[in-house]
Design a protein around this ligand. Structure first.
Ligand code: ADP
Ligand code: ZN
Ligand code: MG
Length: 476
């Protein structure tokens, strides 16, 4: 039997507000434990929370960017559970009335655009962090993170493969980063993902029983954990057993998921409306204002890059995955670079060089203006495309302009017919056997001769001229 996977993700994103969600404490990461706390976020009796308006604005921004309806009336709920990192004994969250509902985002899978539904986005507070002493005798609690604002973004079960799940997470992260509402860093825990997954025989309408996989903290693990869990479920079914609805933990060292606990139901949490906070009523005018303030979003930018610049979908998708990357590209095009050529240089050499040093595009020592300067030298025949590679890395290394590098390093293209004639004669004289074979019909050997001339000139010969002259001389 053939099976297909059904996946829905619950994603938590820490918001980039300066202050916590219900008090004025700082959200700065990495400070001494418990230095960013106050009676509100450590849950002292008698205190009252006050909503940070910025957190609400960020959630609305996100909802609008993901095509959601923004609720003009929503409210907070208490989610009750006991854990040492949760000093109040409940988390302030949203339950039956979230701030955003019914949206979608687009991902690209195998060249096709696919919509993934967003069920809801709600706001809530983060918990603190337990730190376990190495000797096993003590555990510590750091409440700096308690009360940091989170968004929980829940997807519809529209995802059909681990690959799609990764694309979904990436797109989500891209949007959050465009908006500046979260840094979307999975490794540092500011973006976290719980994956709900089930399998069903292809053709069956009803969903199978699902498990929820927790503790997935990188894009790579999203794919690995889901791969593992899907295979495990199929095996269970093929052996005639049943899937147990449960919460499972991804163990990245072992590369497996393990049963953690039975699935909790909503009623286990005794949700009830938060009595310490008034319901949230947002004015349509404010929503409109926020909508107007949105940047051009990645999907729209991607489509524009395709229609205005005739870029292939893949290039457009990649270039719009970070706002700064898209800006770099657009600046180069504005300065006269040909879009597809600019894209090739960015996606090829530039990203490779940046990755080698773990740098982001903003940190690139090579600026759009310099790339365009170099492209001009190729266009007007000053340097060959091959030499351009050398010039490019030299520009990257030194931050200097192409023209200066070409002059200093003597990289000018050889376009002098007389000079090329001599070089070609030399190559032909050296390879009589190949000449013989070429003349008896082995035309693909032309590439060999071009290669020899290029080697002789360290890539500086004008390839077009070399080609033409070679063809003439060899066909005599
Ligand atoms: P909870 O986790 O609190 O039970 P929901 O029941 O709303 O919340 O579902 C959470 C997530 O599980 C959603 O992302 C949803 O798309 C996904 N989901 C629901 N049913 C299935 C299923 N049968 N297979 C895979 N994912 C599912
Ligand atoms: Zn506080
Ligand atoms: Mg869940």
């Amino acid at each position: 039997m053939k099976y297909e996977a059904v996946i829905g993700l619950e994603v938590h994103a820490q918001m980039l507000t300066d202050a916590k969600i219900f008090c004025g404490c700082s959200t700065k990461f990495g400070s001494e434990p418990n230095t960013q706390t106050c009676p509100v976020c450590i849950g002292m009796p008698g205190v009252l929370p006050v909503l940070n308006k910025k957190a609400l604005e960020f959630a609305i921004k996100t909802g609008l960017s993901m095509n959601c309806n923004i609720s003009q009336y929503s409210r907070f709920a208490r989610k009750n559970y006991f854990y040492p990192d949760l000093p109040k004994g409940y988390q302030i969250s949203q339950y039956e009335l979230p701030i955003c509902e019914k949206g979608y985002i687009e991902i690209i899978v195998e060249g096709e655009v696919k919509k993934i539904g967003i069920t809801r986005i709600h706001i809530e507070e983060d918990a603190g962090k337990n730190i376990h002493g190495e000797d096993g005798n003590y555990s510590f609690v750091d409440l700096n993170r308690a009360g940091v604002p989170l968004m929980e973004i829940v997807s519809e079960p529209d995802i059909r493969s681990p690959r799609e799940a990764v694309e979904f997470m990436k797109k989500l992260r891209t949007i959050l980063r465009y908006l500046g509402v979260s840094d979307g860093n999975m490794e540092q825990g500011s973006l976290r993902c719980d994956a709900n997954v089930s399998v069903r025989p292809i053709g069956q309408k009803e969903y199978g029983t699902r498990t929820e996989v927790k503790n997935i903290n990188s894009f790579r693990f999203v794919e690995k954990a889901l791969d593992y869990e899907i295979k495990r479920q199929i095996k269970v079914l093929e052996e005639g057993r049943k899937i147990i609805q449960e919460t499972r933990l991804w163990d990245s060292d072992k590369g497996i998921t393990e049963s953690m606990r039975g699935k909790e139901e909503a009623h286990d949490y005794r949700y009830f409306p938060e009595p310490d906070l008034v319901p949230i009523m947002v004015d349509q005018r404010w929503i409109d204002e926020i909508r107007k303030s949105l940047p051009e979003l990645p999907d729209i930018k991607r489509k524009r890059f395709v229609s205005e610049c005739s870029l292939p979908d893949y290039d457009a998708d990649f270039l719009t995955s970070e706002r700064q990357l898209a800006d770099w590209f657009e600046e180069a095009v504005k300065l006269g670079g040909q879009p597809k050529i600019v894209a090739n240089w960015i996606l090829g050499d530039l990203l490779r060089l940046l990755n080698e040093e773990n740098k982001s595009i903003e940190e690139s020592p090579l600026k759009p203006k310099q790339l365009v300067g170099m492209l001009r030298l190729i266009e007007n025949g000053t340097i060959s495309g091959k030499i351009a590679k050398t010039v490019f890395s030299e520009m990257y290394k030194t931050g200097r302009d192409a023209e200066i590098i070409v002059k200093e390093k003597g990289l000018l293209q050889i376009s002098d017919k007389g000079e090329i004639d001599i070089l070609i004669d030399e190559v032909i004289a050296k390879h009589p056997k190949e000449v013989e074979r070429f003349k008896s019909g082995e035309e693909k050997l032309l590439g060999f001769f071009v290669g020899q001339v290029m080697k002789l000139t360290k890539g500086k010969a004008n390839p077009q001229m070399v080609n033409e002259i070679l063809k003439k001389k060899l066909s005599h």
